[in-house]
Design a protein around this ligand. Structure first.
Ligand code: SMG
Ligand code: MG
Length: 368
């Protein structure tokens, strides 16, 4: 599979409501889409880097620069550019997993569209629909939070995740538990605490949460292992899990007993599959994280979430939780589940009119 050229397209996607986390407020995504063109097919990938390096060290302008300046020239030098064939070249470039994931996904989509194989069947999906959770941002007040959660439960979401930070943790969790009873409930701190908060975090234990996600800094694996000794709520790492090796280490050290899998964070779907496998081999359940993806990124995530060890509902919500008008056919919630696309590749394609409407810039990188 020889690559002909790569398009980098920026798309402005306003969110239906601001999404506040411990690291900031998102009002819109500035999405970088990668289109890989080969002689036989073309494929799409979505870069999940945010506008600013607040969730992780990457940001969208930097990712575009890495793709154009280092990744595409690396791929251009290869005789064939199937997804697994670019991995050794990508490994020589340090970091930038979200940039790598976006390009590799576009290549894999082109490859699988050419072969008439869906992402789901390529990776070994075992279900046709996946249970959907929803991630609920930090709100201005508890009543506002309860209204938001009520709306999501009415819509059919099977699991609620509350974003927390110091000053917005025990009280909102208590309020949601008291009001909605025995729902599947978990929290995500996005690194907002330190080990010195261990006793405070243990105050979440009485609420029978499924897990607490990434309470401590990304590089504090030992801290998470120590924290696990001081609280009953299972710890689930997100930001810290940057590869299958990192997952194996965190598990071996007792820092995580559940893992959030995000393909962008680990450099692509092949590595995400390896994270899944390492966790499965260790009896560690996984679930699919989200980065406010458009339908392009969501399609591939939903296929990944259909693998056997994805046993908890993911942050794979329906399109209307994020966008009034997505750039693909929307993913919809049916009985709390979203359907795994079964067409070739990621199984969805941008709507040409919506894409044009949302596009803010296009760059074509020819391969000579
Ligand atoms: O896609 O539903 C989604 C967002 C899920 O909470 C979510 N993602 O740390 O897990 C996480 C955050 C990272 C993105 S926040 C802008
Ligand atoms: Mg998280």
């Amino acid at each position: 599979m020889k690559l002909t050229g790569v398009e980098l397209r920026r798309v402005a996607m306003p969110l239906v409501a601001p999404f506040r986390t411990s690291f900031g407020v998102e009002h819109a995504r500035d999405v970088l889409l990668v289109r890989a063109v080969t002689a036989d097919a073309e494929g799409w990938g979505e870069c999940v880097a945010m506008s600013a390096p607040l969730y992780s060290s990457e940001h969208v302008d930097g990712a575009a620069e890495v793709i154009r300046r280092f990744l595409v020239p690396g791929v251009a030098a290869l005789p064939s550019a199937q997804a697994h064939e670019v991995e050794p070249i990508f490994e020589t470039i340090k970091g930038h997993p979200m940039a790598k994931a976006a390009l590799q996904t576009a290549l894999l989509d082109a490859q699988l569209r050419g072969a008439g194989t869906s992402f789901g069947s390529y990776f070994g999906a075992v279900r046709e629909t996946v249970p959907a959770g929803v991630s609920v941002g930090i709100m201005n007040s508890v009543p506002e939070l309860l209204d938001a959660v009520a709306g999501y439960l009415d819509a059919g979401y099977l699991r609620i995740k509350l974003k927390i930070e110091p000053g917005w943790d025990v009280e909102p969790v208590r309020a949601v538990r008291e009001r909605f009873g025995d729902i599947l409930l978990q929290v995500d701190a996005n690194t907002a605490y330190t080990l010195a908060d261990a006793r405070h975090l243990a105050r979440l234990d009485p609420f029978d949460l499924l897990l607490v996600e990434q309470p401590l800094p990304e590089d504090d694996i030992r801290g998470h292992a120590e924290l696990a000794k001081h609280m009953r709520t299972p710890i689930c790492l997100d930001e810290s899990i940057t590869s299958a090796r990192a997952a194996a280490d965190a598990i071996a050290l007792g820092a995580t007993t559940v893992v959030n899998v995000k393909p962008g964070r680990v450099g692509g779907y092949l590595e995400a599959r390896r994270v899944h496998d390492v966790c499965a081999a260790n009896g560690i359940p996984v679930w699919c994280g989200g980065m406010l993806e458009t339908g392009i990124g969501r399609a591939a995530n939903v296929a990944l979430a259909a693998l056997p060890n994805f046993t908890l509902p993911g942050d794979t919500s329906a399109s209307d939780r994020y966008y009034a008008a997505d750039i693909t056919e929307p993913f919809v919630l049916v009985d709390g589940h979203v359907a795994v696309p079964d067409g070739p590749g990621i199984g969805v394609t941008p709507d040409p009119d919506r894409l044009t409407e949302a596009t803010t810039s296009v760059e074509w990188i020819p391969l000579t």
